[in-house]
Ligand binder design. Structure first.
Ligand SMILES: [Zn+2]
Ligand SMILES: [Zn+2]
Ligand SMILES: [Zn+2]
Ligand SMILES: [Zn+2]
Length: 556
Protein backbone atom coordinates (compact mmCIF):
# COMPACT_ATOMS: atom_id res chain seq x y z
CA UNK A 1 0.00 0.00 0.00
CA UNK A 2 1.24 3.46 -0.89
CA UNK A 3 1.37 6.32 1.58
CA UNK A 4 -0.12 9.69 0.86
CA UNK A 5 0.28 13.32 1.81
CA UNK A 6 -2.85 15.04 3.13
CA UNK A 7 -3.82 18.61 3.92
CA UNK A 8 -5.76 19.10 7.16
CA UNK A 9 -9.32 20.22 6.53
CA UNK A 10 -9.25 22.36 9.66
CA UNK A 11 -5.83 24.02 9.87
CA UNK A 12 -4.34 23.41 6.44
CA UNK A 13 -1.24 21.67 7.81
CA UNK A 14 0.13 18.89 5.71
CA UNK A 15 0.43 15.46 7.26
CA UNK A 16 1.32 12.07 5.94
CA UNK A 17 -0.56 8.81 6.01
CA UNK A 18 1.83 5.92 5.53
CA UNK A 19 1.19 2.34 4.50
CA UNK A 20 0.82 1.07 8.07
CA UNK A 21 -1.66 3.86 8.89
CA UNK A 22 -3.67 2.86 5.85
CA UNK A 23 -3.81 -0.76 6.83
CA UNK A 24 -4.89 0.21 10.37
CA UNK A 25 -7.71 2.42 9.07
CA UNK A 26 -8.74 -0.33 6.71
CA UNK A 27 -8.85 -2.82 9.57
CA UNK A 28 -11.04 -0.41 11.55
CA UNK A 29 -13.30 0.15 8.51
CA UNK A 30 -12.89 3.92 8.41
CA UNK A 31 -11.54 6.26 5.74
CA UNK A 32 -8.19 7.99 6.33
CA UNK A 33 -8.77 11.05 8.54
CA UNK A 34 -9.33 14.49 7.03
CA UNK A 35 -7.82 16.17 10.11
CA UNK A 36 -4.16 16.36 11.08
CA UNK A 37 -2.95 14.68 14.32
CA UNK A 38 -2.87 18.00 16.21
CA UNK A 39 -6.45 18.92 15.30
CA UNK A 40 -7.54 15.39 16.20
CA UNK A 41 -5.82 15.64 19.60
CA UNK A 42 -7.60 18.92 20.31
CA UNK A 43 -11.01 17.43 19.49
CA UNK A 44 -10.40 14.66 22.01
CA UNK A 45 -8.89 17.03 24.55
CA UNK A 46 -12.13 18.99 25.05
CA UNK A 47 -13.55 15.81 26.54
CA UNK A 48 -10.81 15.58 29.13
CA UNK A 49 -10.80 18.12 31.92
CA UNK A 50 -8.51 16.66 34.55
CA UNK A 51 -7.58 19.57 36.80
CA UNK A 52 -10.24 22.26 36.68
CA UNK A 53 -12.54 21.26 39.52
CA UNK A 54 -15.70 22.89 40.81
CA UNK A 55 -18.24 22.44 43.57
CA UNK A 56 -21.77 21.40 42.68
CA UNK A 57 -24.65 19.47 44.22
CA UNK A 58 -25.53 15.96 43.08
CA UNK A 59 -28.76 16.19 41.09
CA UNK A 60 -29.96 12.89 42.54
CA UNK A 61 -29.12 12.90 46.26
CA UNK A 62 -28.38 16.59 46.74
CA UNK A 63 -25.04 16.16 48.44
CA UNK A 64 -22.19 18.57 47.75
CA UNK A 65 -19.70 17.17 45.27
CA UNK A 66 -16.38 18.05 43.62
CA UNK A 67 -16.75 17.83 39.88
CA UNK A 68 -15.07 18.56 36.58
CA UNK A 69 -18.27 20.20 35.27
CA UNK A 70 -18.57 23.96 35.68
CA UNK A 71 -21.67 25.00 37.68
CA UNK A 72 -22.93 26.66 34.49
CA UNK A 73 -22.39 23.49 32.42
CA UNK A 74 -25.64 22.16 30.91
CA UNK A 75 -24.64 18.61 31.94
CA UNK A 76 -26.53 16.93 34.77
CA UNK A 77 -24.02 15.86 37.41
CA UNK A 78 -24.46 12.96 39.83
CA UNK A 79 -22.07 12.21 42.67
CA UNK A 80 -19.88 9.18 42.04
CA UNK A 81 -21.90 7.04 44.45
CA UNK A 82 -25.24 7.79 42.81
CA UNK A 83 -23.88 7.57 39.29
CA UNK A 84 -22.41 4.09 39.77
CA UNK A 85 -25.55 2.87 41.61
CA UNK A 86 -28.69 1.25 40.23
CA UNK A 87 -30.79 4.20 41.34
CA UNK A 88 -31.13 5.32 37.72
CA UNK A 89 -31.15 3.74 34.29
CA UNK A 90 -29.68 5.33 31.18
CA UNK A 91 -32.19 3.46 29.02
CA UNK A 92 -35.04 5.63 30.28
CA UNK A 93 -33.49 8.42 28.17
CA UNK A 94 -33.75 6.35 24.96
CA UNK A 95 -34.42 8.30 21.79
CA UNK A 96 -35.70 7.12 18.42
CA UNK A 97 -33.11 7.59 15.75
CA UNK A 98 -34.40 10.03 13.15
CA UNK A 99 -32.64 9.63 9.82
CA UNK A 100 -34.00 13.00 8.67
CA UNK A 101 -31.88 15.00 11.15
CA UNK A 102 -28.18 14.97 11.99
CA UNK A 103 -26.86 12.06 14.02
CA UNK A 104 -24.50 14.27 16.03
CA UNK A 105 -27.40 16.64 16.80
CA UNK A 106 -29.38 13.74 18.24
CA UNK A 107 -26.41 12.33 20.12
CA UNK A 108 -25.62 15.73 21.59
CA UNK A 109 -29.22 16.12 22.82
CA UNK A 110 -29.03 12.66 24.44
CA UNK A 111 -25.61 13.41 25.98
CA UNK A 112 -27.06 16.50 27.65
CA UNK A 113 -29.95 14.54 29.17
CA UNK A 114 -28.12 11.53 30.56
CA UNK A 115 -26.48 12.24 33.97
CA UNK A 116 -22.69 12.50 34.14
CA UNK A 117 -20.43 11.24 36.89
CA UNK A 118 -18.89 14.10 38.91
CA UNK A 119 -15.31 12.94 38.51
CA UNK A 120 -13.89 10.16 36.44
CA UNK A 121 -12.64 7.15 38.31
CA UNK A 122 -11.62 3.97 36.62
CA UNK A 123 -13.72 1.13 37.93
CA UNK A 124 -11.15 -1.42 36.84
CA UNK A 125 -8.56 0.14 39.14
CA UNK A 126 -10.60 0.25 42.36
CA UNK A 127 -12.07 2.74 44.79
CA UNK A 128 -10.49 6.00 45.88
CA UNK A 129 -10.41 6.46 49.65
CA UNK A 130 -10.45 9.94 51.19
CA UNK A 131 -9.35 11.39 47.87
CA UNK A 132 -12.25 13.61 46.87
CA UNK A 133 -10.09 16.09 44.98
CA UNK A 134 -8.79 13.66 42.39
CA UNK A 135 -9.90 13.03 38.84
CA UNK A 136 -9.14 10.40 36.23
CA UNK A 137 -7.79 8.47 39.15
CA UNK A 138 -8.50 5.15 40.81
CA UNK A 139 -7.37 3.21 43.87
CA UNK A 140 -5.79 6.19 45.64
CA UNK A 141 -5.76 6.77 49.40
CA UNK A 142 -5.46 10.13 51.14
CA UNK A 143 -4.56 11.91 47.92
CA UNK A 144 -5.29 15.53 47.11
CA UNK A 145 -5.25 17.20 43.70
CA UNK A 146 -3.86 14.17 41.91
CA UNK A 147 -4.85 13.57 38.32
CA UNK A 148 -4.49 10.77 35.86
CA UNK A 149 -3.15 8.75 38.78
CA UNK A 150 -3.45 5.28 40.21
CA UNK A 151 -3.43 2.61 41.26
CA UNK A 152 -2.20 2.42 44.85
CA UNK A 153 -0.99 5.92 45.59
CA UNK A 154 -1.02 7.04 49.18
CA UNK A 155 -0.61 10.44 50.76
CA UNK A 156 0.26 12.25 47.53
CA UNK A 157 -0.75 15.70 46.31
CA UNK A 158 -0.47 18.23 43.47
CA UNK A 159 0.61 15.64 40.92
CA UNK A 160 -0.21 14.02 37.61
CA UNK A 161 0.58 10.54 36.43
CA UNK A 162 1.50 8.77 39.68
CA UNK A 163 1.40 5.01 40.10
CA UNK A 164 2.25 3.16 43.29
CA UNK A 165 3.69 6.27 44.92
CA UNK A 166 3.70 7.36 48.55
CA UNK A 167 4.31 10.67 50.28
CA UNK A 168 4.91 12.40 46.98
CA UNK A 169 4.17 16.04 46.15
CA UNK A 170 4.30 18.15 43.03
CA UNK A 171 5.37 15.44 40.67
CA UNK A 172 4.67 14.72 37.04
CA UNK A 173 4.91 11.09 36.00
CA UNK A 174 6.34 8.76 38.61
CA UNK A 175 5.96 5.09 39.41
CA UNK A 176 6.97 2.92 42.37
CA UNK A 177 8.44 5.85 44.25
CA UNK A 178 8.35 7.43 47.69
CA UNK A 179 9.00 10.91 49.02
CA UNK A 180 9.41 12.54 45.63
CA UNK A 181 9.13 16.32 45.44
CA UNK A 182 9.05 18.41 42.25
CA UNK A 183 9.84 15.38 40.13
CA UNK A 184 9.39 14.99 36.40
CA UNK A 185 9.66 11.38 35.30
CA UNK A 186 11.14 9.95 38.48
CA UNK A 187 10.90 6.16 38.57
CA UNK A 188 11.58 3.58 41.27
CA UNK A 189 13.20 6.20 43.50
CA UNK A 190 13.00 7.36 47.10
CA UNK A 191 13.67 10.75 48.65
CA UNK A 192 14.38 12.69 45.45
CA UNK A 193 13.63 16.42 45.22
CA UNK A 194 13.77 18.34 41.94
CA UNK A 195 14.68 15.21 40.00
CA UNK A 196 14.08 14.90 36.30
CA UNK A 197 14.47 11.63 34.43
CA UNK A 198 15.80 9.90 37.51
CA UNK A 199 15.73 6.14 37.88
CA UNK A 200 16.38 3.95 40.90
CA UNK A 201 17.87 6.83 42.86
CA UNK A 202 17.92 7.64 46.53
CA UNK A 203 18.11 10.69 48.81
CA UNK A 204 19.21 13.17 46.18
CA UNK A 205 18.38 16.70 45.05
CA UNK A 206 18.48 18.31 41.63
CA UNK A 207 19.11 15.35 39.39
CA UNK A 208 18.89 15.39 35.64
CA UNK A 209 19.14 12.16 33.65
CA UNK A 210 20.65 10.12 36.46
CA UNK A 211 20.25 6.47 37.40
CA UNK A 212 21.21 4.49 40.50
CA UNK A 213 22.65 7.45 42.36
CA UNK A 214 22.50 8.07 46.07
CA UNK A 215 23.22 11.25 48.02
CA UNK A 216 23.88 13.30 44.94
CA UNK A 217 23.11 17.02 44.71
CA UNK A 218 22.93 18.97 41.46
CA UNK A 219 24.12 16.19 39.15
CA UNK A 220 23.61 15.39 35.47
CA UNK A 221 24.10 12.14 33.53
CA UNK A 222 25.51 10.17 36.47
CA UNK A 223 25.26 6.41 37.00
CA UNK A 224 26.08 4.47 40.18
CA UNK A 225 27.52 7.37 42.15
CA UNK A 226 27.14 8.66 45.68
CA UNK A 227 28.15 11.85 47.47
CA UNK A 228 28.56 13.90 44.31
CA UNK A 229 27.93 17.63 44.28
CA UNK A 230 27.60 19.35 40.87
CA UNK A 231 29.08 16.19 39.32
CA UNK A 232 32.18 16.26 41.59
CA UNK A 233 32.84 13.61 44.23
CA UNK A 234 33.11 14.94 47.79
CA UNK A 235 34.01 13.48 51.15
CA UNK A 236 30.81 12.41 52.88
CA UNK A 237 31.10 15.04 55.63
CA UNK A 238 31.95 17.84 53.19
CA UNK A 239 29.00 16.81 51.02
CA UNK A 240 26.63 16.91 54.00
CA UNK A 241 27.91 20.34 55.02
CA UNK A 242 27.50 21.81 51.51
CA UNK A 243 24.00 20.35 51.23
CA UNK A 244 22.94 21.57 54.67
CA UNK A 245 23.86 25.12 53.66
CA UNK A 246 21.23 25.02 50.93
CA UNK A 247 18.35 22.78 51.96
CA UNK A 248 15.41 24.24 53.85
CA UNK A 249 16.08 27.80 52.73
CA UNK A 250 13.89 29.27 50.00
CA UNK A 251 16.43 31.88 48.89
CA UNK A 252 19.36 29.43 48.78
CA UNK A 253 17.34 26.85 46.84
CA UNK A 254 16.30 29.52 44.33
CA UNK A 255 19.94 30.55 44.00
CA UNK A 256 21.02 26.96 43.53
CA UNK A 257 18.37 26.40 40.84
CA UNK A 258 20.16 29.00 38.70
CA UNK A 259 23.56 27.46 39.38
CA UNK A 260 22.22 24.04 38.44
CA UNK A 261 20.60 25.30 35.27
CA UNK A 262 23.95 26.71 34.10
CA UNK A 263 25.79 23.57 35.21
CA UNK A 264 23.39 21.32 33.27
CA UNK A 265 23.97 23.19 29.99
CA UNK A 266 27.41 21.62 29.50
CA UNK A 267 26.03 18.05 29.40
CA UNK A 268 24.59 16.33 26.36
CA UNK A 269 20.94 15.21 26.38
CA UNK A 270 19.43 12.03 25.10
CA UNK A 271 17.11 12.27 22.10
CA UNK A 272 14.21 11.07 24.26
CA UNK A 273 13.46 9.46 27.62
CA UNK A 274 12.14 6.18 26.31
CA UNK A 275 13.20 3.03 28.15
CA UNK A 276 13.35 -0.57 27.00
CA UNK A 277 11.39 0.29 23.87
CA UNK A 278 11.94 -0.56 20.24
CA UNK A 279 10.74 1.20 17.12
CA UNK A 280 9.22 4.04 19.14
CA UNK A 281 9.13 7.79 18.57
CA UNK A 282 7.85 10.23 21.15
CA UNK A 283 8.77 10.61 24.79
CA UNK A 284 8.42 8.72 28.05
CA UNK A 285 7.62 5.44 26.32
CA UNK A 286 8.49 2.45 28.49
CA UNK A 287 8.72 -1.25 27.65
CA UNK A 288 6.89 -0.73 24.37
CA UNK A 289 7.11 -1.76 20.77
CA UNK A 290 6.36 0.21 17.64
CA UNK A 291 4.63 3.19 19.29
CA UNK A 292 5.03 6.27 17.18
CA UNK A 293 4.33 9.94 17.85
CA UNK A 294 3.24 9.00 21.34
CA UNK A 295 3.86 10.25 24.87
CA UNK A 296 3.75 8.64 28.30
CA UNK A 297 3.12 5.07 27.25
CA UNK A 298 3.69 1.94 29.32
CA UNK A 299 3.86 -1.51 27.74
CA UNK A 300 2.15 -0.48 24.50
CA UNK A 301 2.37 -2.13 21.13
CA UNK A 302 1.64 -0.84 17.62
CA UNK A 303 0.28 2.53 18.65
CA UNK A 304 0.28 5.95 17.09
CA UNK A 305 -0.73 9.37 18.42
CA UNK A 306 -1.50 8.21 21.94
CA UNK A 307 -0.96 9.99 25.27
CA UNK A 308 -0.98 8.70 28.84
CA UNK A 309 -1.93 5.09 28.17
CA UNK A 310 -0.99 1.73 29.62
CA UNK A 311 -0.80 -1.60 27.78
CA UNK A 312 -3.03 -1.08 24.72
CA UNK A 313 -2.26 -2.75 21.42
CA UNK A 314 -2.94 -1.82 17.84
CA UNK A 315 -4.64 1.53 18.49
CA UNK A 316 -4.55 5.15 17.30
CA UNK A 317 -5.48 8.50 18.78
CA UNK A 318 -6.01 7.89 22.48
CA UNK A 319 -5.87 9.99 25.64
CA UNK A 320 -5.72 8.02 28.88
CA UNK A 321 -6.40 4.46 30.11
CA UNK A 322 -6.00 1.81 27.36
CA UNK A 323 -5.46 -1.09 29.76
CA UNK A 324 -6.02 -4.57 28.31
CA UNK A 325 -7.40 -3.18 25.08
CA UNK A 326 -6.89 -3.46 21.38
CA UNK A 327 -8.20 -1.94 18.19
CA UNK A 328 -9.22 1.36 19.70
CA UNK A 329 -9.55 4.40 17.49
CA UNK A 330 -10.16 7.89 18.85
CA UNK A 331 -10.73 7.27 22.54
CA UNK A 332 -10.62 9.25 25.76
CA UNK A 333 -10.48 7.10 28.88
CA UNK A 334 -11.32 3.90 26.99
CA UNK A 335 -10.04 0.66 28.52
CA UNK A 336 -10.56 -3.05 28.95
CA UNK A 337 -12.25 -2.98 25.54
CA UNK A 338 -11.81 -4.11 21.97
CA UNK A 339 -12.84 -2.59 18.66
CA UNK A 340 -14.04 0.75 19.96
CA UNK A 341 -14.39 3.45 17.34
CA UNK A 342 -14.72 6.85 18.99
CA UNK A 343 -15.41 6.45 22.68
CA UNK A 344 -15.36 8.44 25.87
CA UNK A 345 -15.06 6.61 29.18
CA UNK A 346 -15.93 3.23 27.66
CA UNK A 347 -14.98 0.13 29.66
CA UNK A 348 -15.48 -3.63 29.39
CA UNK A 349 -17.06 -3.25 25.96
CA UNK A 350 -16.47 -4.31 22.40
CA UNK A 351 -17.68 -3.34 18.96
CA UNK A 352 -19.11 -0.02 20.04
CA UNK A 353 -19.02 3.22 18.10
CA UNK A 354 -19.54 6.85 19.09
CA UNK A 355 -20.45 5.90 22.66
CA UNK A 356 -20.00 7.84 25.89
CA UNK A 357 -19.75 6.39 29.41
CA UNK A 358 -20.86 2.96 28.20
CA UNK A 359 -19.87 -0.13 30.19
CA UNK A 360 -20.22 -3.86 29.66
CA UNK A 361 -21.73 -3.34 26.23
CA UNK A 362 -21.35 -4.70 22.73
CA UNK A 363 -22.71 -3.66 19.36
CA UNK A 364 -23.88 -0.26 20.50
CA UNK A 365 -23.85 2.97 18.50
CA UNK A 366 -24.31 6.49 19.82
CA UNK A 367 -25.22 5.45 23.36
CA UNK A 368 -24.66 7.40 26.58
CA UNK A 369 -24.32 5.86 30.05
CA UNK A 370 -25.67 2.46 28.99
CA UNK A 371 -24.66 -0.64 30.99
CA UNK A 372 -24.69 -4.10 29.47
CA UNK A 373 -26.30 -2.96 26.23
CA UNK A 374 -26.51 -4.86 22.97
CA UNK A 375 -27.91 -3.57 19.67
CA UNK A 376 -28.69 -0.16 21.13
CA UNK A 377 -28.71 3.13 19.23
CA UNK A 378 -29.21 6.39 21.14
CA UNK A 379 -29.91 4.18 24.20
CA UNK A 380 -32.82 2.44 22.47
CA UNK A 381 -32.91 -1.32 22.05
CA UNK A 382 -33.34 -2.77 18.55
CA UNK A 383 -33.26 -6.22 16.99
CA UNK A 384 -29.97 -7.22 15.38
CA UNK A 385 -31.45 -6.73 11.93
CA UNK A 386 -32.80 -3.23 12.53
CA UNK A 387 -29.59 -2.30 14.38
CA UNK A 388 -27.50 -3.33 11.39
CA UNK A 389 -29.68 -1.40 8.95
CA UNK A 390 -29.83 1.79 11.03
CA UNK A 391 -26.14 1.85 11.92
CA UNK A 392 -25.13 1.47 8.29
CA UNK A 393 -27.28 4.45 7.42
CA UNK A 394 -25.66 6.51 10.23
CA UNK A 395 -22.21 5.46 8.99
CA UNK A 396 -23.19 6.61 5.49
CA UNK A 397 -24.30 9.98 6.87
CA UNK A 398 -21.00 10.38 8.75
CA UNK A 399 -18.97 9.34 5.73
CA UNK A 400 -20.75 11.85 3.53
CA UNK A 401 -19.99 14.55 6.09
CA UNK A 402 -16.31 13.46 6.17
CA UNK A 403 -16.66 12.71 9.88
CA UNK A 404 -16.60 8.94 10.11
CA UNK A 405 -13.65 7.80 12.22
CA UNK A 406 -13.12 11.29 13.68
CA UNK A 407 -13.90 12.09 17.31
CA UNK A 408 -17.14 13.79 18.41
CA UNK A 409 -17.36 17.27 16.86
CA UNK A 410 -16.14 20.32 18.85
CA UNK A 411 -19.74 21.56 19.19
CA UNK A 412 -20.39 18.57 21.49
CA UNK A 413 -17.27 19.25 23.60
CA UNK A 414 -18.01 18.67 27.27
CA UNK A 415 -15.49 21.24 28.46
CA UNK A 416 -14.04 24.58 27.48
CA UNK A 417 -10.64 24.27 25.81
CA UNK A 418 -8.91 26.10 28.66
CA UNK A 419 -10.27 23.62 31.23
CA UNK A 420 -8.65 20.63 29.57
CA UNK A 421 -5.45 18.73 28.80
CA UNK A 422 -5.60 20.52 25.45
CA UNK A 423 -4.54 23.77 27.06
CA UNK A 424 -1.81 22.00 29.07
CA UNK A 425 -0.25 20.32 26.07
CA UNK A 426 -1.16 22.26 22.94
CA UNK A 427 -2.28 25.65 24.23
CA UNK A 428 -4.47 28.05 22.25
CA UNK A 429 -5.48 31.65 22.84
CA UNK A 430 -9.14 32.30 23.50
CA UNK A 431 -9.58 33.66 19.96
CA UNK A 432 -7.90 30.63 18.40
CA UNK A 433 -9.97 28.21 20.47
CA UNK A 434 -13.25 29.92 19.57
CA UNK A 435 -12.28 30.07 15.90
CA UNK A 436 -11.83 26.27 15.94
CA UNK A 437 -15.29 25.76 17.40
CA UNK A 438 -14.21 25.07 20.99
CA UNK A 439 -15.70 26.78 24.01
CA UNK A 440 -13.67 29.00 26.33
CA UNK A 441 -14.39 29.54 30.02
CA UNK A 442 -13.68 33.04 31.32
CA UNK A 443 -15.17 32.26 34.69
CA UNK A 444 -12.76 29.75 36.24
CA UNK A 445 -12.89 30.56 39.93
CA UNK A 446 -9.64 31.77 41.42
CA UNK A 447 -9.46 34.11 44.35
CA UNK A 448 -6.96 36.93 44.41
CA UNK A 449 -6.21 39.60 46.97
CA UNK A 450 -7.42 37.63 50.00
CA UNK A 451 -3.98 36.72 51.29
CA UNK A 452 -3.40 36.91 55.02
CA UNK A 453 0.35 36.43 54.66
CA UNK A 454 2.38 38.12 51.95
CA UNK A 455 5.10 36.11 50.17
CA UNK A 456 7.90 38.10 51.86
CA UNK A 457 6.37 37.41 55.27
CA UNK A 458 6.88 33.65 54.88
CA UNK A 459 10.02 32.66 56.82
CA UNK A 460 12.91 31.88 54.48
CA UNK A 461 13.83 28.62 56.22
CA UNK A 462 11.31 25.82 56.74
CA UNK A 463 12.49 25.39 60.35
CA UNK A 464 11.19 28.90 61.14
CA UNK A 465 7.71 28.27 59.72
CA UNK A 466 5.08 28.01 62.49
CA UNK A 467 2.08 25.63 62.46
CA UNK A 468 -0.19 28.65 62.07
CA UNK A 469 0.81 28.85 58.40
CA UNK A 470 -1.89 26.22 57.81
CA UNK A 471 -4.48 28.86 58.69
CA UNK A 472 -2.99 31.47 56.39
CA UNK A 473 -3.98 32.28 52.84
CA UNK A 474 -0.93 32.77 50.63
CA UNK A 475 -0.54 34.57 47.30
CA UNK A 476 1.31 33.12 44.31
CA UNK A 477 4.35 35.26 43.36
CA UNK A 478 3.77 34.43 39.72
CA UNK A 479 0.02 34.84 39.09
CA UNK A 480 -1.22 36.36 42.36
CA UNK A 481 -3.75 33.57 42.92
CA UNK A 482 -4.47 32.66 46.53
CA UNK A 483 -3.58 29.19 47.77
CA UNK A 484 -3.32 27.36 51.06
CA UNK A 485 -1.21 24.56 52.48
CA UNK A 486 -2.50 21.23 53.74
CA UNK A 487 -1.18 19.52 56.86
CA UNK A 488 0.52 16.49 55.24
CA UNK A 489 2.24 18.89 52.88
CA UNK A 490 3.71 20.99 55.70
CA UNK A 491 4.82 17.82 57.47
CA UNK A 492 6.62 16.66 54.37
CA UNK A 493 8.35 20.02 53.85
CA UNK A 494 9.59 19.90 57.42
CA UNK A 495 10.78 16.31 57.20
CA UNK A 496 12.52 16.74 53.86
CA UNK A 497 13.80 20.31 54.48
CA UNK A 498 11.86 21.79 51.59
CA UNK A 499 10.93 25.48 51.80
CA UNK A 500 7.29 26.60 51.47
CA UNK A 501 6.49 26.99 47.76
CA UNK A 502 5.84 30.60 46.79
CA UNK A 503 3.77 29.67 43.76
CA UNK A 504 0.28 28.21 43.46
CA UNK A 505 -0.40 24.65 42.31
CA UNK A 506 -1.41 25.79 38.84
CA UNK A 507 1.83 27.68 38.19
CA UNK A 508 3.87 24.82 39.65
CA UNK A 509 2.11 22.34 37.37
CA UNK A 510 2.74 24.51 34.30
CA UNK A 511 6.43 24.79 35.20
CA UNK A 512 6.69 21.01 35.38
CA UNK A 513 5.06 20.73 31.96
CA UNK A 514 7.71 23.11 30.63
CA UNK A 515 10.42 20.92 32.19
CA UNK A 516 8.81 17.83 30.63
CA UNK A 517 9.03 19.41 27.17
CA UNK A 518 6.52 19.85 24.38
CA UNK A 519 4.35 17.28 22.63
CA UNK A 520 5.89 18.08 19.31
CA UNK A 521 8.58 16.08 17.59
CA UNK A 522 11.25 17.69 15.45
CA UNK A 523 13.79 16.26 13.04
CA UNK A 524 17.33 16.90 14.21
CA UNK A 525 20.66 15.22 13.76
CA UNK A 526 22.72 13.64 16.53
CA UNK A 527 25.39 16.17 17.56
CA UNK A 528 28.01 13.43 17.55
CA UNK A 529 27.40 10.96 14.72
CA UNK A 530 25.08 13.03 12.55
CA UNK A 531 22.36 10.41 12.44
CA UNK A 532 18.80 11.70 11.97
CA UNK A 533 16.72 11.70 15.18
CA UNK A 534 13.12 12.58 16.13
CA UNK A 535 13.13 14.54 19.36
CA UNK A 536 11.08 17.13 21.22
CA UNK A 537 14.15 19.38 21.44
CA UNK A 538 13.42 21.85 18.67
CA UNK A 539 16.38 22.52 16.31
CA UNK A 540 16.94 26.03 17.66
CA UNK A 541 17.30 24.88 21.26
CA UNK A 542 20.81 25.23 22.70
CA UNK A 543 21.10 21.73 24.23
CA UNK A 544 23.49 19.23 22.69
CA UNK A 545 21.23 16.32 21.74
CA UNK A 546 22.62 12.86 21.05
CA UNK A 547 21.12 9.74 19.55
CA UNK A 548 20.50 6.88 21.94
CA UNK A 549 23.73 4.99 21.17
CA UNK A 550 26.04 8.03 21.25
CA UNK A 551 24.42 9.10 24.53
CA UNK A 552 24.98 5.69 26.10
CA UNK A 553 28.63 5.70 24.98
CA UNK A 554 29.10 9.13 26.45
CA UNK A 555 27.45 8.50 29.78
CA UNK A 556 28.09 4.97 30.90
ZN1 LIG B 1 -5.05 20.38 11.53
ZN1 LIG C 1 -25.61 11.64 44.80
ZN1 LIG D 1 0.16 30.98 40.34
ZN1 LIG E 1 24.74 9.55 17.43
Amino acid sequence: MEGEQKKCRNCGASFSIDASDKSFYEKMGVPVPALCPVCRFRRRAVFRNERTLYKQFCKLCGKSVITMYHPKSPHIVYCNECWWSDKWDARTYAQDYDSATSFFGQLHALALKVPKVATYSTASMGQNINSEYTNFAGSNKDCYLCFNSGPRNENCAYSRGLMQCRDTLDTYFSEDSERIYEGVNVQKSTGVAWGQNALESLDSWFLLNCASVQNCFGCVNLRHKSFYFLNEPLEKETWKKRVAEITGSYSRIEQFKKVFEEHAKQFPRRENNNLKSVGCTGDYIFESKNCRDSFEVGKGEDLRYVFSVKTPKDSYDLIGHGRSSELLLEGVGVGVSQRVKVGWFVENSHDVEYCLAVRGSEDCFGCVGVKNGKYCILNKQYSEEVYTRLTSSIVEELKTAGEYGLFFPPSMGFFAYNETVGQDNLPLTKEEALAQGFRWEDDIPATKGHETLKPDQIPDHIKDVPDTILKETLACISCGRNYRLIKPELEMYRRALIPIPRKCFNCRHLERLARRGPFTLFDRTCAKCGKGIRTNYSPERPEVVLCESCYQNEVI
